[in-house]
Design a binder for this molecule. Sequence first.
Ligand code: DGY
Length: 331
Amino acid sequence: VQREMSTLPRVYVTRQIPPEGLRLLHKSGQVQLELWDSDDVPVPRKELLQRVKGVDGLLCVLTEKVDAELLDAAGPNLKVLSTMSVGYDHLNLEELKKRGIHVGYTPDVLTDAVAELTVALLLTTSRRLIEAAHEAKTGGWGTWRTLWLCGYELANSTVGILGLGRIGVAIAERLAPFKVRKFIYTDVAPRPELAKAINAEYVSMDELAKQSDFLAVCCALTPETNKICDRNLFSKMKKTSIFINTSRGGVVNQEDLYEALSTGQIAAAGLDVTVPEPLPTNHPLFTLKNCVILPHIASASYTTRNAMSALAANNLLLGLRGEPMIKGLKL
Ligand code: DGY
């Protein structure tokens, strides 16, 4: 923790963020920087509540719950909150708004990385790559067999997107060359501008479940989308369909997903996000061969994480100067 005596605005950074962002903050000469100097362990809540006392700015990641308790602990100096994430379900926007705090986040810069990983996870799941590699390594590889480790292909398939935004579009753009027959999506309302780019048809949630051979969840976690992927949805899906989630674990009812996967109601699932994170290694979902679970790495490329770090730093610095952020949330 670094702290100089000065009149510059005090900023607490809750994680050792990638170098680009830290460099910008240091080089700005605009702030007194205090840092939780680890990337391996998140700042303990008690420590965080202490550290934020009197700060003018806070830069956090998605492991920090920004709620009334934290904002009260920070006190009235806090003017700017910048999260190094596109998701903001860890922030209590109402409390932030009430206090007039400006909020920055990091959309766009991670869209390519997240879309790329989503495609990788989809193919890994549909073509059973983890199972296959395991079989090859552990002696399960006998003779070449006609139906062994068969999966499902994208060619001629219908791909459904639950929550069409920048990331959903980027996923569809990448999947189209695999000869997908049709893209469909659902959302709170049609998004014609976005849908046009990928020639996607707006359908009801029911139709999305029924028609999708691959269903990719790309929506934000909100009270409305909390556990929206449940027994009701899975029961309408085809037995051959693949479910992919790279948004937030909270959109899925995991007990219902376990049941759907273990009873063959759907073919397989690929998850980059779970509840909780990390998912305990003894969780039932880990026992299923038809469930691929990754540790929330969709945006994890060096380029993207540095871009997120830089954007979060720039949002913070702009906000502290009272200027519009590059990516600010409208509260
Ligand atoms: C986000 O930004 O919200 C992702 O979950 C992590 O990149």
